[in-house]
Design a protein around this ligand. Structure first.
Ligand code: EPZ
Length: 452
């Protein structure tokens, strides 16, 4: 397994470009199952999770091709197999997004239950609730969810759960409703930018959807959907991660291709911490090193609240803040696997249930640490950037799932990160040239798909 060796202390400066959003690309690629016509999806990042989903779609009879310009072209050519296998689904939970399109278009789906992950149990009861209300018969057998229907029929439903709305649950029910008979209303729908991007793509395919960006979606079912071309929105969590990097050690980094309107809660909280984020255009900002970081109490919420996917990265800043901070996780109460690792680097964080108390004023030192999930891994990389000495982040396949060329992008800003591959004794330093990185990224991400 690969690891990162990070020499801390370098100040970052320069320009970084944000890639397309993983969490928009996955449901949008899944939604191409809803049509037999060719679709073209632009701006899809080179990520392990995207590779995994493409393997699943291929097995579901989709001809899927990454063109030399990076576009992904899809076309359903065979609808006989509607089974999403455990061996692939277990490595990427968002594979569950094929469920809604399959049951709606093919009237049958057999999808492996995704199982939990380190950030929580991650049930799919709301996905099931919504599909049952649309008329799907749902059974469970040997770790698979099996869905059958004679034809879905629209209805009004409430899709909120204990922890609020569900992003991929909304995506699944929304995609299924597009081909259902009649009108569907989803109350307490998720309105994350990634769901909004899916609504835009489905509308381009001919779906009739009202309420984009709100917690109430209204869908008028249609007989069929057609081809469409779409460019994925920039990844707001990658952008937020680089804002955190700039706040930690940036002499002034410029972040391009980021939708600042998708980051209001992050920008507001970071401003309160004393981070300067200067908006230089609708999709560009400059972030400077925050000489003194102020402590802050943060609670993660559904969009437009503070995103849970930025919690771990932000905690790194809070370990350096000039006082005590409190982080409360309202989305994934157990999403604190990064705490123990940060404490090994000299942070002083105490976890109490779904809350973490961060003492601040820490001096982080380099240490060997273990990545455990996507965003916790990003937090450990950020900590390594500012720690004194060398940090080794092991199991970086977690980070390859959701960050395109992260070490390449950080090194181009002046960081000192080497990716040590288990095949090469010497460190391999990815060059700045995008193509080499993309090839090596493809090599890294397609070599094997270990369990997450
Ligand atoms: C999406 O996961 C994202 N993944 C996650 O990003 C993100 O953290 C999460 O939304 C919350 O914003 C993708 O979009 C691929 P949820 P999802 O359903 O859809 C509970 C990353 O790092 N819930 O919105 O799986 C659930 O346990 C990943 O990029 C139910 O109880 O999340 C959680 O507490 C991590 N029943 C809350 O709702 C259900 O049926 C929100 O989950 C579904 C969810």
């Amino acid at each position: 397994m690969d690891k990162f060796v990070i020499k801390g202390g370098n100040l970052l400066k320069g320009v970084v470009e944000i890639s397309g959003s993983k969490n928009a690309a996955l449901p949008i690629l899944s939604s191409t199952l809803l049509t037999n016509e060719k679709c073209v999806i632009k701006g899809v990042p080179y990520l392990r999770d995207v590779e995994t989903l493409c393997l699943i779609l291929k097995e579901l009879g989709v001809k899927i091709e990454r063109k030399s310009n990076g576009d992904i072209e899809t076309q359903v050519i065979d609808e006989r197999n509607s089974i999403a296998r455990y061996e692939l689904v277990k490595t990427m939970r968002a594979s569950v997004c094929v469920l809604g399109p399959l049951i709606s278009k093919r009237k049958y789906a057999k999808v492996s239950l995704p199982g939990g992950c380190v950030i929580g149990v991650r049930p799919i009861d709301l996905h099931e609730k919504g599909l049952r209300l649309l008329g799907a018969q749902i059974d469970y057998e040997h770790g698979y969810l099996i869905a059958n229907t004679k034809g879905l029929v629209g209805c009004e439903m409430y899709l909120g759960g204990t922890f609020g709305s569900t992003v991929t649950g909304t995506a699944n029910v929304l995609m299924a409703a597009c081909l259902a008979k009649g009108r569907t209303v989803i109350e307490n729908a998720a309105c994350e930018p990634e769901v909004q991007d899916l609504v835009i793509f489905l509308t381009k395919m001919g779906a009739k959807i009202k309420g984009i960006g709100t917690h109430r979606l209204e869908i008028e079912g249609v007989k069929s959907l057609k081809c469409a071309t779409h460019k994925i929105i920039p990844d707001r969590i990658e952008a937020g991660t680089f804002i955190a990097a700039g706040a930690l050690s940036g002499k002034g980094i410029t972040i391009k291709n980021c939708r600042l309107d998708h980051l209001s809660a992050v920008i507001d909280n970071y401003n309160q911490m004393g981070v300067t984020i200067e908006k230089t255009s609708a999709t560009t900002c400059r972030v400077k090193h925050a000489r003194v970081l102020k402590p802050l109490d943060i609670t993660t919420l559904s969009y437009p609240g503070f995103p849970t996917d930025m919690q771990a990265q932000t905690m790194v800043l809070l370990t350096l803040a000039d006082g005590i901070s409190i982080v409360t996780e309202r989305i994934y109460p157990d999403r604190f696997t990064h705490v123990a690792e940060l404490n090994r680097m000299g942070a002083r964080i105490r976890k109490e249930g779904s809350t973490a108390v961060i003492e601040g004023r820490s001096q982080l030192w380099g240490a060997p640490v273990m990545a455990s999930d996507l965003r916790a891994s990003a937090a450990l990389v950020l900590a390594g950037l500012v720690a004194s000495g060398t940090t080794e982040v092991q199991r970086v396949y977690h980070i390859d799932r959701g960050y395109e060329k992260i070490e390449e992008k950080l090194n181009s800003l002046g960081a000192d990160i080497n990716r040590l591959s288990d095949k090469v004794a010497m460190p391999i330093r990815l060059s700045a040239s995008p193509t080499t990185t993309k090839e090596s990224m493809m090599r890294h991400t397609t070599r094997h798909l270990p369990r997450q």
